[in-house]
Design a protein around this ligand. Structure first.
Ligand code: MOS
Length: 729
């Protein structure tokens, strides 16, 4: 089934009428046992026979310049070496997309750029050989400092969702305001830092290539890989059933292309994983951001001006722009609005999507600024936000599909004990610790992406779901089983879910928090067709039939599904298209973030004591996996506020903290008690199953709740993130 017309009055799907009672329940991950047993197969782990060879990437020892030549004699002499590949024109040049070298194949575009690979009979030999290759280069001075090159910046790309806006007279509004702020907030370069590195195994059979890898979106990866190798996409199969973290970074990596080139040259399977340090320079980064925020309000506390002007950076060939103001344009209205983005080209790896591109860093700044203005106005920060809650989309004037932000704020305030907060910074003390509470609003745009799935109801009464949709650890296997279980009246253990193989119907893949809505809709629509066929066989209509525990019930008849199916399995394909959601409505998910912190008055150390997130993201498909997404996002907020950041050596264009020892992310000791509460709804305008994107919503605003709590604790504002203790002190 496709062509589903989104309509709030739609009678609903089989899953809406379902009585199996599996949808929404906090069911354990159906792939969980495999994962804890070590039996789930990740990118580097697929068994492809004993002929497999090992590769190690050779990278450039400069950020800009030219490769003059290679001395590979010592490398070729390493025992076990099979090939040193430095001369193939298909060697990928950049982190994603592999833009063919506009500056020639010898050009070096960023530090540690892949320029070849050593292949050997063991990983150790390949690594030794790669390190033995002498690269002769002509280094040039590079551009590494975003603000130093801002005069050469460009504006948003033509296809950008975020256009520059200059409406009303912001200067006049600032001059006339009862209170205003004009501050610059900056965030550093960041990376995904997934636990599982990018890893690929390439196997050729004649013209056909199979790539086992760790990838979020297989359809896109297939096209990019075929393009890089200059072969037909139809000759590429990608297998990626389990993924050890993605966060936007698990798009096709240079190791995949090098493995495919090497396997073709050697006529045997080749596997390559990027080394941890290589990941920090060869997977795209999140740009640094420099955000000027101007806010003005009148004596009634109404916003009269909003300005959000950002400077971001990009590599020489990158097309992506960090949409810093994405949350800003969705959240608040004001007569004077100024939104702009400037992109500075640096001689660094491409900037790309890192978890919640736009909102993660934009809302960190905006919601800190809102806290600053609330204080200047002498208003409670929650009341200030409620006062400025718009009735329609502030940018487009479109009605909201659903927007329950005020409920999130109120419910959060009640659950967190906001009434006990002292509004005066530095007024609550426990020994040498100063205690404070902060909050922030959260918003994330809602997306729907083309997605297809096949559902088969077998003669044994079991159902099978097949799609090349991926599960990056978010719980896709489980929620798809729940949707099918509820639709078809089957217990979860009667459903087999097959994901992550590009030979299956093309799913949305994982990204942009569109996975559950898109892939889930395709499964629900496939089930619709199967239910219709079952109803026909029961001589009734779908609405007059009940499906439960593997039986169809209509009137006084109860027939088991295996009997009803008979010898020929029922097969249906469900398809949702990205154009099919009701774009006449403004669609976003919303939330409220709360934090309580303790700041050490002697050392400046910050301890987050507890956090609460209250979120409205439409229907919640699985209470447990949804909560896990939420606490993951909130933990990321702690990281963004307090510790995460790449340290750039501006002499060389190298990130010096290129490992997980020095790229700090929160560890268990940094993460306090986290509470999550969902305000459930079904957003019929968004997609058939009424789900809105959740994962990235939960990052949005989380960092600002922490920084606002720090201010409430000790009266210190830091606008240059991360807010490390030296800055707090
Ligand atoms: Mo996300 S940064 O779109 O995987």
């Amino acid at each position: 089934m496709s062509d589903y017309v989104m309509d709030a009055d739609h009678p609903g799907l089989a899953m809406d009428r379902g009585v199996q009672d599996v949808l929404g329940k906090g069911i354990d991950r159906i792939d969980g046992v495999l994962k804890v047993m070590g039996a789930a197969t990740y990118g580097y782990e697929h068994q492809v026979g004993d002929q497999v060879a090992y590769g190690y990437l050779i990278t450039a020892p400069a950020a800009k310049g030219k490769v003059i030549g290679f001395d590979t004699d010592a490398a070729r002499a390493v025992p076990g070496v099979l090939d040193i590949i430095v001369d193939d024109p298909r060697i990928p040049r950049q982190a994603a997309g592999f833009v063919p070298a506009k500056r020639g194949n010898a050009a070096i575009d960023h530090w540690d750029q892949v320029i070849g690979a050593a292949i050997a009979t063991s990983f150790e030999a390949a690594r030794e050989a790669a390190r033995a290759v002498r690269v002769e280069i002509e280094a040039e001075a590079g551009r590494f400092d975003t603000l130093a090159h801002v005069t050469h910046a460009s504006g948003p790309p033509a296809d950008s969702r975020l256009k520059d806006v200059a409406k009303g007279d912001i200067e006049a509004a600032m001059a006339e305001a009862a209170a205003c702020i004009d501050q610059v907030y900056s965030t550093p370069h960041q990376v995904h830092a997934a636990m599982e590195p990018h890893a690929s195994i390439a196997v050729w059979e004649g013209k056909k290539l199979t790539l086992y890898s760790s990838l979020q979106i297989l359809g896109a990866a297939k096209a990019v890989l075929a393009g890089a190798l200059r072969i037909e996409p139809g000759n590429v199969r990608i297998v990626s059933p389990y993924i050890g973290g993605g966060f936007g970074g698990k798009m096709l990596g240079p190791e995949a292309v090098m493995a495919a080139i090497a396997a073709e040259r050697l006529g045997r399977p080749v596997k390559i994983a990027m080394a941890r340090a290589q990941l920090f320079h060869n997977v795209y980064r999140r740009t640094d951001t420099h955000q000027r925020i101007r806010l003005a309000a009148d004596a009634d506390g109404k916003l009269t001006a909003i300005g959000h002007d950002s400077v971001v950076s990009q590599g020489p060939d990158g097309g992506f722009m960090e949409p810093v103001a994405l949350g800003t344009i969705a959240l608040y209205a004001a007569p004077a609005r100024h939104i702009s983005h400037k992109i500075v080209t640096l001689d660094m790896v491409q900037a790309g999507a890192v978890r919640a591109p736009g909102e993660a860093v934009g809302m960190l700044a905006l919601e800190t600024a809102m806290d600053e203005l609330a204080e200047k106005l002498g208003r409670d920060p929650i009341d200030f936000r409620k006062l400025n809650e718009p009735a329609v989309d502030p940018m487009t004037g479109a009605p909201f599909s659903t927007r329950r932000l005020v409920e999130c704020l109120d419910e959060g305030a009640r659950r967190f004990g906001w009434a006990n907060r002292s509004a005066t910074p530095g007024s609550v003390r426990e020994g040498e610790w100063l205690i404070g509470m902060g909050m922030a609003a959260a918003v994330r745009i809602n997306l729907l992406i083309d997605s297809e799935a096949r559902v088969t109801l077998g003669s044994d009464g079991r159902a099978r779901i097949e799609t090349d949709m991926t599960d990056i650890g978010t719980g896709t296997y489980t929620i798809l089983a729940q949707i099918a279980g509820e639709s078809l009246g089957l217990p979860i253990d009667c459903i087999d879910v097959k994901l992550g193989d590009s030979d299956m119907p093309t799913g949305a893949g994982s990204g942009g928090s569109f996975g559950a809505a898109s892939a889930g809709s395709s499964v629900a629509l496939a089930c619709e067709d199967i239910v219709a066929e079952l109803a026909k066989r029961m001589d009734t209509s779908p609405e007059n039939m009940t499906l439960k525990d593997g039986h169809a019930i209509a009137g006084n008849r109860r027939v088991s599904l295996d009997t009803l199916v008979g010898d020929a399995p029922l097969v249906a394909t469900g398809k949702i298209s990205q154009g099919s959601n009701a774009r006449s409505f403004s669609q976003a998910a919303h939330g409220a973030q709360f934090a309580e912190v303790a700041v050490n008055a002697v050392t400046g150390a910050v301890r987050v004591r507890r956090m609460l997130g209250v979120f409205e993201a439409g229907r919640i498909l699985n209470a447990k996996t949804a909560r896990s997404q939420a606490i993951g996002g909130m933990i990321w907020g702690i990281g963004y506020a307090l510790m995460e950041g790449l340290e750039l050596d501006t002499r060389y264009g190298q990130f010096v903290n290129h490992d997980l020892g020095e790229y700090h992310v929160p560890v268990h000791a940094d993460v306090p008690h986290l509470d999550v509460h969902f305000i459930e709804d079904v957003d019929r305008h968004a997609n058939p199953i009424g789900v809105k994107g959740l994962g990235e919503l939960t990052i949005s605003g989380a960092g600002a709740a922490v920084t606002n709590a720090i201010y409430n604790a000790c009266g210190v504002r830091v606008r240059d993130f991360p807010m490390t203790l030296d800055k707090v002190l």
